[in-house]
Design a protein around this ligand. Sequence first.
Ligand code: BGC
Length: 418
Amino acid sequence: MRLKWSKLVLVGMLMVIAGVCNSFAGEVEVLHWWTSGGEAKSVAVLKELLEKEGHTWQDMAVAGGAGGNAMTVLKSRAVAGNPPTAAQVKGPQIQQWGDEGVLANLDEVAQAGNWDQLLPKVVADVMKYEGNYVAVPVNVHKINWMWANPEVFRKAGAKVPTTWAEFEEAAKKIKAAGFIPVAWGGQNWQEATVFESIVLGVGGAEFYKKALVDADPAALDSATMVKCLDTLRMVLQYIDKDAPGRDWNLATSMVIQGKAAMQFMGDWAKGEFVAAGKTYGADYVALPVPETSEGYLFNVDSFIMFQVKDKGAQEAQKAMARLIMEPTFQEVFNVNKGSIPCRLGMSHKPFDFPAICSFDSFVATAQTGGLLPSMAHEMAVFPAVRGAIFDVVTNFCNSNLASDKAAKRLASEVQSAM
Ligand code: BGC
């Protein structure tokens, strides 16, 4: 009889606790730009984990690669005094939102989760504003990848290139065999993505840093930059006429379908091969962009949280930040997304060959100075400078502008944007 009574008390207490927990469940409205097949599959993991804890995920997906459209929506929502509770924001922009004084402090979650110990310093520093965590990192993407369809290369009798001279030789053969050598997305951020990889390869790591991280006018208007632009001009001979405006994932599917031989794109492209059920080695291979095997342009996705009054929403934000850094999410999300975890010490076992290469070269290049922030993906310079570089590069890609003139323009436009 006594036992039954204590059981009843226990059940009653559990019900009270559950009720209390429930009353703290809340909603997060999440603004992000992950809308391609691979991206949507990846972000769904976070939604599921959050909902398992009783919170609600209000999806605010804004299509458009690299987040240009999403950032426009975010700004107008913030100006209207109605920001979402969480938003995908990266790099130096985190500091700009910090300056606005609108971000929630995530230190409590970070301390409980040991983030200082679990994150590489290069990543943790970007997530902090005045020493406090205001953003949570999701992953590390590598930019300077080349995704190739081995069957197209075989049919054309061409070798997958590791230098730009080899690229030109292969591209000629591929074109002659009736395939499109390079799947190209004619959007400014995609053009800048290829441009920065060329700068890394042709100019080297130190030159990349001077030109695209320090935005040094002497490097931007230099003989080396002219050489980089000449290489870009050469690559542009091997794209198709339908490239203008093409989304990155449509370019990837040209490689998947064997219409095009290769694409230069960050490793979110791998997410498309994976989502299409393709097998690494047989259906696609990945190599560094020619001449960039010593370098690693990194790109870290992250979320900022806006200050909210509602207790439930605050709890949902905290849960989201905690879950993002937990091993379950770090593993499943990154396997699907093509990136590697930003959390140190994760097992490499579930990851495929390109991801293992990425893990290894992240560590190796951190020691040699080859680990560098991506300009195109908002890791290196403030948005105004990035915008100035984008304008010149896209103008170069879509006109006959000479390389030396473009280099001069790069230096002058970047200077006026600073
Ligand atoms: C983001 C990736 C995203 C890609 C294409 C990059 O800037 O970091 O997460 O998949 O843009 O939208």
